[in-house]
Design a protein around this ligand. Sequence first.
Ligand SMILES: [Zn+2]
Length: 297
Amino acid sequence: MIYHCPNLDCHSTTKNRLISKDGFFFRRSDSRKIQRFVCKTCGRKFSRATSTLEKYQKKRRINRRLFLDLATNNSMRSCGRKYKVNYKTIQSRVNYFALKARKAQKKFLKKLEKSKVQAMQFDDLITIEHTKMKPLSITIAVDKKRRFVLAAEVSRIPAFGLLAEKSRKKYGYRKNDHERGLESVFEKIKNIIDQDATIQSDEHQAYPKFVRKYFPLAEYKRYKGGRGCVAGQGELKKLRFDPLFTLNHTCAMFRSNINRLARKSWCTTKRVDMLQKHVDIFISYFNLIYLKGAIPI
Ligand SMILES: [Zn+2]
């Protein structure tokens, strides 16, 4: 491993031998000896921990288990109680995990560019931001055969149906970000979908525009949505054969494993950016840990 001087104007590295070792320090938070370095040109001191994302963390021992807990139906506050840390620590860890998860997902998609996706399904999952009068939409794209979640993007949408009028009265005009969310999902996956792949979705009116724009040669099929089989399990359809099964099953897993997406739950999203982070954490867990041990459906 080559270490660079953290001073940006300085070009010293361990490779050009302008950095020398400078003893150790003992890190109490995970009982490890950490190598320190000193730059010979500018005199700047640093260590192996300086350039890592975990820098300044004081509770490193909880990281692994906390990551798994956040990705398997635990709320942030209940995790705080479980690990006997402040809830603000959990919040800062969510930020850290999300950063790591996004990096991992980027790398994962880069890898998929070699073995292009032949069949893609996408749809929206509806959830709320503190009240039902402020709905959110999560656009999700999955690989039909291999079940990978390719991208997911949270966007604000205005209230619909019976609550629309009431919502406008109480909270005023709410901007529709749905198209921006769709655009961002397609932008992320445009390189990994085969040009003549099969793309499947339901009959949402905003979809065809984006499919035509990004994948003009693809075969695009639309299906009518069915009713849910059990109350509260709207994703698992009451159909003999559900053509969008992979997608609906993945959405059901989102609801079951991300605590704040569960229906009839005490936990709701208060901040949209935190929901996006939580979703990113789950995607990383799903693609890189869960699917490794899963039985094919
Ligand atoms: Zn230096």
